[in-house]
Design a protein around this ligand. Structure first.
Ligand code: F6R
Length: 365
């Protein structure tokens, strides 16, 4: 049942190219994105004045990445919120807003409550859901099904990756319908999106062993800090959660520019810092934050795209990912970070598929 893999998490990490391709293909028709199955018409899309993305855990991290992509491609304001906060804060909601609830299980108690709260306010709701017929899928006005298939490992990998694809498809289509993307750019983005599955496969083939080696060396780490800016900050959040939940290493994600406002005092000789640099216009900025960590003794891992070889002047260990449109970088950068969390857990002899204190579906708040 684990298809030759030692754990479900590793099996599901390797199912990502297929899960991503299936999800993308489900909304592609004649080379264009077609949201008719989802139930969003061009008129609906024109009307959206504000988007609220509400979710928990990794699904919230999808929202963090989606916020940058949707705002940039479709120029619709996006607010991302934790469902457990949203549901209790008496939110002021724009009646023409669209609430997007992201949930693998479709049963997460706080996400479901946030959905109900949004409906009570009269807002249109869209679920990005993996489990067909789940509560969120049933109650949302519209559903974008991710086609990840059943996910057994408690730590999400393939569902997260398909949720990202759903968010990109929405961003691109919203941008097109609202006149923010011309036909050429639209086609270019779709073509690039179609290359993501092969690029994920390549990362899995090329980097697995190196990351396993690095993870074994880091198995005794007490802390790890994941830093990045913009989309790289969203990636940092997911990388940090992946590692902490399965390996029990204390990790934190920080917007790189925030380090000097407090957290840098925690950096000492040998502290592991992982810098994520997939966004060209932020590259030098994050490098300088890495240099600041290094001068305080940090041990640095860099995660960037091929071509940025001068990162090796700063980083002690570097993983390169294939080039893609920067909006989609999360889909590639997360793969080495999933592997890192997995291999640190395995090196420590932990139960990687069932970390202590966690449940696959959080149906109580
Ligand atoms: C982390 C993880 C959790 C879930 C969160 C939401 O690896 O799996 O953080 O992402 O519990 O679950 P769903 O998506 O089912 O609402």
């Amino acid at each position: 049942e684990k298809a030759g893999f030692e754990h479900f998490m590793m099996k599901e990490i390797h199912e990502q190219p297929k899960a991503v391709r299936d999800t993308l293909n489900s909304v592609l028709k004649d080379g264009a994105i077609d949201l008719s199955e989802v139930g969003l018409t061009d008129e609906d899309i024109q009307k959206i004045s504000q988007i609220y993305i509400v979710a928990c855990g990794s699904a919230y991290h999808v929202g963090m990445a989606a916020q940058y992509v949707i705002e940039d491609l479709a120029r619709i304001p996006v607010r991302v919120e934790l469902a457990s906060e949203f549901r209790y804060r008496n939110p002021i909601l724009d009646p023409n807003g669209l609430v997007i609830i992201v949930s693998q299980s479709g049963e997460t108690a706080d996400s479901l409550a946030a959905l109900r709260e949004s409906k009570k306010h009269g807002l249109r709701t869209l679920g990005i859901v993996n489990v067909v017929g789940s509560s969120i899928a049933r109650e949302a006005d519209n559903v974008f099904y991710t086609l990840a298939g059943p996910e057994i490992s408690v730590a999400t990998t393939k569902a997260y990756s398909t949720q990202l694809i759903a968010a990109y498809a929405l961003a691109i289509q919203f941008g097109k319908v609202r006149g923010e993307l011309d036909e050429e750019k639209y086609q270019e983005l779709i073509t690039e999106l179609q290359t993501i599955p092969d690029k994920i496969s390549k990362i899995l083939e090329d980097d697995r062993e190196r990351i396993q080696w690095f993870a074994a060396k880091q198995a005794n780490a007490k802390d790890a800090f994941f830093i990045g800016r913009g989309i790289d900050y969203a990636i940092s959040m997911e990388g940090s959660l992946k590692m902490k939940e399965v390996s029990y290493v204390h990790t934190e994600a920080y917007a790189a520019g925030e380090l000097k406002h407090g957290t840098i005092s925690l950096i000492e000789e040998g502290t592991l810092v992982i810098g994520i640099l997939t966004q060209n216009h932020l590259y030098e900025k994050t490098i300088s934050n890495m240099v600041e960590c290094k001068s305080r003794g940090a041990y640095l891992m860099g995660l960037t795209t091929f071509g940025h070889y001068n990162i090796e002047d700063t980083a002690d260990f570097t993983v390169y990912i294939p080039k893609t449109d920067e909006h989609f970088a999360t889909s590639l950068a997360v793969i080495p970070l999933q592997l890192l969390g997995y291999y640190v857990s395995v090196a420590k002899g932990l139960d990687v598929d069932k970390p202590r204190n966690l449940a696959k579906s959080v149906t109580v708040e």
